[in-house]
Structures are given as structure tokens and as C-alpha cells.
Design a protein around this ligand. Structure first.
Ligand SMILES: Cc1cc2nc3c(=O)[nH]c(=O)nc-3n(C[C@H](O)[C@H](O)[C@H](O)COP(=O)(O)OP(=O)(O)OC[C@H]3O[C@@H](n4cnc5c(N)ncnc54)[C@H](O)[C@@H]3O)c2cc1C
Length: 413
């Protein structure tokens, strides 16, 4: 008999959600991570349950404005050329997916999955006793130039066509909703169905507590190798050899580093993102506010104001880029007026496939290995539904979401 029914590698928003879902269904579960639960990329994000975020970064506008995006000091996107040259497969595929047809197809698949996001996370919020961490004030998106407001129109209509609810807010009302804004608002939109978490780390910590209370086991170790057979998997982790009925690979941007899990050849990249925290400034906004052309959010986190976002295409092991932090500090003052020096800063690694779709499903090499990674900008939002789908797969049930678009062996362009 195997040591565990299900062994999960990674305790971020995705892995922790998988662990709690399968534990709630009564399985014997092992959760492995060398770091404390929720301390990776899931720690520092924009806290938003962003059910509206179905438009991928892969957008035709990236192709037309690439030079301007990359060479401007004020660009929310930056690219390490050395990294791009070392990773031509990811880079070329990412750009190919920016063409109109693939971009539209990706948005449709993301919208389909996002439509289940609340149903996936709500039972976890309840099981974790985390209702007090959830704030129902929506997300406000603002644009400060007429040109950017106009450019946003097509994307907003595409969202509406995909079933995402939003409401036009006139600039005066936007400033009433968020009086801390110092921008000349040209257009504002309220995604009223969105919610945010006061503190994602606290949410994951409480999920972990619920998991342990239900009998789940945690091992503070890295999963190194997986060997699958017809009857189960054998894992090497932290010098130990363990057996389980199924292994779940949910190690975010590091998911291709586990040997034998059918992930090593997948084109998983990372979109690095940053945050700066101002402990005494949490009152500046009352909900996540995204500044469209600047590519970041101001968020009221339980521990202060968090300015977070931007995209940096660079290596996982490259040092933090001080220019990216300087950008957030400068633009933050433009958005909200003068701010003190930040109290802390952070760099995280969005796990991103070149088509911006996550990998959720059984490994093409073995039904005993389940993949759950690559959630790019929306892993906090999609962790819950991913966990429920993984639980269905591990139990041999037919999930109620079509997983074909998220298969590891799909064509990435
Ligand atoms: C700036 C920024 C803002 C964001 N804002 C939002 C937002 O508002 N809403 C939203 O939904 N998403 C947001 N995201 C995206 C979201 O944070 C990620 O998609 C999500 O955190 C990914 O979760 P994960 O569990 O896959 O990865 P992680 O949180 O990185 O967790 C992976 C875990 O795996 C562990 N691990 C690594 N290797 C191994 C191994 N071999 N064995 C065992 N464990 C291992 C790591 O230690 C880590 O704990 C944002 C991201 C960034 C960077």
C-alpha cells in the first residue's frame, strides 16, 4: 500500500488549494515544499480575485508597440535580451500568440475557466475560516490619457462578449470611489464582481491550518524526482523515498525542475513582477485600482499600501532589477500623490506558458502524474478551481470543465 493517496509538490496558492480540496474529499495527502506555504509568488501579488482577467498579455498591441514598450523608461514591460536569445522557443511562441486569432482564442479559454473561479475558491475560503479576509468592492480600472482610454475600448467589449460584467464609471464618480487618486482620469471601469483578499499569505496560511486539522501531512522538502508506474508514483524528496497513488506538480515557475514528471521539456517561462509596500499608507485606496497605461495596481493590503505589477521577461535566477522598483515608486507618486519611501520591496515569478494558458491535466506520460501550473497573472484567482479539477482527476471523475485547452501536449504555436 502507498504511503499517501496524493502527494503534491508546491504549497503556493495553486498547490495549497489542490491539497485542501483533496484533503476535504477524505484522501491521505502529502504536501511538499522547501519553503513555508504561500511564501513564493503567491505572497506578493495584487491580492485580487480577478475574475475579469481573461485577456492575456499576448495581445496584438504588444507586436505594434514592442519597441516603445521596451525602450521607454516609463514602460510597464521590460525584456532581458540575453534571456530572450537564450530562450527563443518561449519568446517566439509568446509573440506568435500575440496575433489576433490566437489572442482571441486564449481569451475565450481563460474566460471559460474564470467562470468557475468563485465556485472553486469559495469552499476553500469557508474551510479556512477566511471570510473576514475577503473584500467585495470590485476592482477599479482607470486610464489617464484619451489615447489609452480609446485603445482599451476593444478589450472591454471583448470582455463583455465573454460574459465579464463591468460598469462604466464617469471620472467624477471614479474620484468619489477612490478620492486618493491624483490622476487626470479619462475613463474608468468598475469590475464589480471582482473581490480581493486583505492578505493572500494569511489566506494560504489558514488553508494550510485547515489542511493539517483535517489530517494532511506537510514535508518541508523539495520534490526532486518522480517515477510513475501503472499503480502509483515513487518520489524522492529531501533525501526520503515516498510512495503515493498520484503526484501533483504545482511548483509554479519551478515546475519543470522536477525530474520524471513529464514537465522538463515544456516551455514554461516566467513573467517577473514586483511590489513596493508602504506600511502607513493603506488608506490611500479602498479596493485594487489598476492604472491601465502604467501596468500596475494600487492595493489596500492588511499591512499597508501595495503598489504591484509590471512585467519583466528575464531569467528566474537573475537579480532583482532596481529600475523596475524605481518605476513603481515614481509612477505610484504620479498616481496617488507624494508617498514616503517604501518600507519593503519584493520580486515574484509568474509561471507563464507562451500561450498564457495554465497546464492543468494528467501528464501525457502517465495518468498517475497531474500537472497544475502556469497560471501567469491569475493564479490566486484560479488556484481554487484548479484544486477542484485536480481532485476530480485524481479520483478518476470527469471534470465539469473542458481541460483540452490546458493539456501539456497542446500546440503552443
Ligand atoms: C506582481 C504580481 C501581481 C499579481 N497579482 C495577482 C492578482 O492580483 N490576482 C491573481 O490571481 N494572481 C496574481 N498574480 C499571479 C499569482 O501570484 C501567481 O499566478 C500565483 O502566485 C502562482 O501560484 P503558484 O502556486 O503556481 O506558485 P508559487 O506561489 O510560486 O508557489 C510555488 C511553490 O512551489 C515551491 N516549489 C518550487 N520547487 C519545488 C519542488 N521541487 N518541490 C516542492 N515545492 C517546490 C515553491 O517553494 C513555492 O512555494 C500576480 C503575480 C505577480 C508577480
Amino acid at each position: 500500500m502507498a504511503d499517501f493517496d496524493i502527494a503534491i509538490a508546491g504549497a503556493g496558492a495553486v498547490g495549497m488549494s489542490c491539497a485542501l480540496w483533496v484533503q476535504m474529499r477524505g484522501h491521505k495527502v502529502l504536501l511538499m515544499d522547501p519553503e513555508p506555504p504561500g511564501s513564493g509568488t503567491s505572497y506578493g501579488n495584487a491580492c485580487t480575485l480577478a475574475t475579469y482577467a481573461c485577456l492575456p498579455v499576448n495581445d496584438p498591441s504588444v507586436l505594434t508597440s514592442l519597441p516603445q514598450l521596451m525602450f521607454s523608461r516609463d514602460s510597464p514591460l521590460s525584456l532581458s535580451y540575453a534571456h530572450a536569445l537564450r530562450n527563443p522557443r518561449w519568446m517566439l511562441s509568446f509573440l506568435a500568440n500575440c496575433r489576433a486569432a490566437p489572442s482571441r482564442r486564449i481569451a475565450g479559454h481563460l474566460a471559460d475557466l474564470l467562470a468557475h473561479a468563485d465556485a472553486g475558491i469559495n469552499p476553500l475560503i469557508e474551510a479556512a475560516g477566511a471570510q473576514d479576509l475577503v473584500v467585495e468592492r470590485g476592482q477599479l480600472s482607470v486610464w489617464s490619457t484619451g489615447k489609452a482610454a480609446k485603445a482599451a475600448a476593444a478589450g472591454l467589449e471583448r470582455r463583455r462578449a465573454l460574459g465579464v460584467p463591468w460598469r462604466e464609471v464617469d471620472p467624477e464618480e471614479a474620484l468619489e470611489m477612490e478620492p486618493g487618486l491624483h490622476l487626470p482620469v479619462k475613463r474608468a471601469v468598475h469590475f464589480h464582481a471582482a473581490r480581493h483578499l486583505r492578505d493572500p499569505l494569511e489566506f494560504i496560511t489558514r488553508m494550510h491550518r485547515a489542511f493539517a486539522d483535517l489530517g494532511g501531512t506537510t514535508l518541508r522538502a523539495k520534490a526532486e524526482t518522480v517515477r510513475a508506474s501503472d499503480t502509483g508514483v515513487e518520489l524522492q524528496a529531501g533525501g526520503q523515498s515516498l510512495t503515493a497513488g498520484h503526484a501533483v506538480i504545482a511548483s509554479g515557475a519551478f515546475s519543470t525542475q522536477i525530474k520524471g514528471a513529464g514537465t522538463q521539456k515544456l516551455p514554461l517561462g516566467t513573467e517577473r513582477g514586483y511590489h513596493v509596500m508602504y506600511e502607513s499608507e493603506g488608506h490611500r485606496v479602498t479596493r485594487p485600482v489598476g492604472w491601465g497605461e502604467a501596468g500596475f495596481y494600487a492595493v489596500p493590503h492588511a499591512k499597508g499600501l501595495r503598489l504591484t505589477g509590471t512585467v519583466e521577461i528575464a531569467a528566474l535566477d537573475a537579480p532583482a532589477n532596481p529600475r523596475r522598483l524605481d518605476y513603481l515608486v515614481r509612477k505610484g507618486a504620479e498616481m496617488l500623490g507624494s508617498l514616503p519611501d517604501p518600507d519593503s520591496d519584493w520580486l515574484g515569478y509568474r509561471p507563464t506558458m507562451p500561450d498564457s494558458l495554465p497546464v492543468i491535466g494528467r501528464s501525457p506520460q502517465s495518468d498517475r502524474v497531474i500537472h497544475a501550473f502556469g497560471h501567469q497573472h491569475i493564479g490566486l484567482t484560479l488556484g481554487g478551481i484548479t484544486g477542484r479539477l485536480v481532485a476530480d482527476l485524481a479520483e478518476g471523475r470527469q471534470p465539469n470543465v473542458d481541460l483540452a485547452p490546458f493539456a501539456a501536449d497542446r500546440a503552443f504555436a
